[in-house]
Every structure is written in structure tokens, then in C-alpha cells.
Ligand binder design. Structure first.
Ligand code: PEP
Ligand code: MN
Length: 335
């Protein structure tokens, strides 16, 4: 829409878009409102006639299969407000915490430490997708309750995974950001379910997903109405067997080229080894990532899951100092 388009003009366009069969996704930007037109409908009408409506600046056809996630739809970086904290753009997001919620003491100790370090988002899985059914599966609802108590005591925002459509309602009561794990990136029912919520979603890239598949997964969520998707590259499956996965740094510039969505890096699951977490984090920051999600544990040697790749408090402190130095060069703001 034109910069000076009135709300009435926007409303009329939306009405027409829906009348000819499409779904309208208005996005109110700083200067312009963009009306996304998706689904099945009278394409010819939109392409030929909508530009004649008053207030319409131009009609742009998005040729990529991902529409609402694409930069053609929204040329500027998406910036979200999560409970007063800005994500995306010049804001650098740090999420840290244990792989799994193990006990109140463990989460509390970690949260206290992270808060002192200026971190605002605490991660911790209550539902854990484990490769083996015999491994620790998470504390489930009890784990969610622990996260809630810690949030109330310490004040960090909670990032936690939801694995199943049947648990979306429950987990969303406790989480500030819902995490969709790599193994669930193409669980379309789950994507649609979290797409109906008014809660940001951290979407992890599947182990063997292409960029297009990754952005199409985001599109599933956004097309249901939830536009606050944060992408996360967490390493892909390759022939390398020293590291748990291979961190695909290219994902940062490529995704940024095609999409306005923020993308953060998970160096912990990408490498599977605490020794590689700091160098990969620094590479990600230098490559323009919008943030990091890092596993931190008070006692990695005795962690119930992913201890091998978790940083202890001293290691995390040291890394944060190094990251701040790189961010200063890029004049980014630590969120
Ligand atoms: C996690 O972050 O705890 C996790 C299980 O990650 P991923 O889905 O990337 O394997
Ligand atoms: Mn983990």
C-alpha cells in the first residue's frame, strides 16, 4: 500500500482479496502496510485489477514458494518485541541454559548465573526428543513447573520445546518462546498448531533440510497467523564424524538473502563438543547471525543429557566477553 494509504483503503483491499478466494495477511510496517495474498483464488484479478484500487502502490508477485517468509514480501529485517525485549535487526539474542530441566536447583543456579551475565532468555527442555527411548525423556509437566517457578524468581524468559500437538496447549502456558526441534521441522500438524498461537516460535532446521524446506516450514507457521518465527541453524548431517553435526554457516547469509526472518545459531548441537562451541559461536556472530542458543550447565560432567557439549559457567562467561567484543565492531546491541 502507499505510505499515505488509509485504514479504510487497506480494509477494502483485504476485503477484495478475500472475496476472490485468497487469504489476506496484512503487515503493518513503519511506513507501509503490505498485504500478503496467499492461497488459492483469482490470481488474474489480483495481478490485473488490484493496482487500480485507491491506496495501492503496486502488486508484486512472489515467485518463491515461501511467500510470507520471503524478503520480497517484507524487504526489511523482521524485528519482534518479546515481552519488551527486541529481537532481530541490530539486536543480538542470547539464549542459554541446560539441555534438559533436571531439578529446581539446577535450573535456579543456572538462571541466577545467566541473569548476572546479562542473558535474558533461559533455555531448558521439559520434553526431550532423544534418539534412544531408553535415555532420559525429560521431566515433562514437572519440568515446566520448575521453569515457571524460576521465571518468577529470577525473571528470565523461558524457551522450551514442544514435541507434540497434544502438548501445545500445556507447554504454551509456561513458555515465552516455543521451540520446535530439528526432528519436528516438518511435523506439519505441529507447525500449524503453533501457528495459531500468539507466541514466538524458535524453529530449528531439520538434520537434512534444504533452505527451501526450512523456509517452507516457517511459512506453515506464519500462514496460520503467527508471524514471530525465529529460525535456528543447529548443524546438518554430513559425512563428518568428529563433530555431532556440521554447522552450516552459509545458512546465515543465504537465509538472510531470501528471508526477513531472524536466524540464530546453535553451536552446541552443531558440534556436540564443548571445545568447539566458542569458535563456532564467534564464527556465527561474525557471519551476521541474529543470536545464539547455547547449552550451559552448572556441572556438565553430571548432566542428564548433552553434558559433553555443555559449557560450564566459566567457559560461558569467557565466551560472552569475546562475543561482546565482536558485536561492538558490528555495532550490534546485546539483547
Ligand atoms: C535441543 O535444543 O534441546 C534439541 C533437542 O535440539 P535439536 O532439536 O536441534 O536437536
Ligand atoms: Mn541438547
Amino acid at each position: 500500500m502507499e505510505e499515505k494509504a488509509t485504514e479504510e483503503e487497506v480494509r477494502k483491499v483485504i476485503q477484495k482479496v478475500e472475496e476472490v478466494g485468497f487469504k489476506a495477511h496484512p503487515d503493518k510496517g513503519e511506513n507501509h502496510t503490505i498485504v500478503g495474498v496467499v492461497g488459492e483464488g483469482d490470481r488474474e484479478y489480483i495481478l490485473n485489477n488490484i493496482e487500480t484500487y485507491s491506496g495501492v502502490e503496486r502488486v508484486v508477485e512472489i515467485t518463491q514458494p515461501f511467500k510470507l517468509a520471503s524478503r520480497t514480501f517484507k524487504p526489511k529485517d523482521s524485528i519482534y518485541d518479546i515481552g519488551g525485549i527486541k529481537i532481530g535487526g541490530k539486536n543480538f539474542l542470547t539464549i542459554a541454559g541446560p539441555c534438559a530441566v533436571e531439578s529446581k536447583e539446577q535450573v535456579l543456579e543456572t538462571a541466577r548465573f545467566l541473569k548476572e551475565k546479562g542473558v535474558k532468555f533461559l533455555r531448558g527442555g521439559a520434553y526431550k526428543p532423544r534418539t534412544s527411548p531408553y535415555s532420559f525423556q525429560g521431566l515433562k509437566e514437572e519440568g515446566l513447573k520448575i521453569l515457571k517457578e524460576v521465571r518468577e524468581e529470577i525473571g528470565l524468559k523461558i524457551v522450551t520445546e514442544v514435541m507434540d500437538t497434544r502438548e501445545v496447549e500445556l507447554v504454551s502456558k509456561y513458555a515465552d518462546v516455543l521451540q520446535i526441534g530439528a526432528r519436528n521441522m516438518q511435523n506439519f500438524s505441529l507447525l500449524k498448531e503453533v501457528g495459531k498461537l500468539n507466541k514466538p516460535v524458535l524453529l530449528k532446521r531439520g538434520l537434512s533440510a534444504t533452505y527451501k524446506e526450512f523456509l517452507m516450514a516457517a511459512e506453515y507457521i506464519i500462514s496460520e497467523g503467527n508471524s514471530r518465527v525465529i529460525l535456528c541453524e543447529r548443524g546438518i548431517r554430513t559425512f563428518m564424524d568428529e563433530t555431532r553435526n556440521t554447522l552450516d554457516i552459509s545458512a546465515i547469509p543465504v537465509i538472510k538473502r531470501y528471508s526477513h526472518l531472524p536466524i540464530i545459531i546453535d553451536p552446541s548441537h552443531a558440534s556436540g563438543d564443548w571445545r568447539y562451541v566458542a569458535p563456532l559461536s564467534k564464527a556465527a556472530v561474525a557471519a551476521g547471525a541474529d543470536g545464539l542458543i547455547i547449552e550451559v550447565h552448572p556441572d556438565p560432567q553430571n548432566a542428564l543429557s548433552d553434558g559433553k557439549q555443555s559449557l560450564n559457567f566459566d567457559q560461558f562467561s569467557e565466551l560472552m566477553e569475546q562475543i561482546k567484543a565482536i558485536l561492538d565492531i558490528d555495532s550490534k546491541i546485546l539483547a
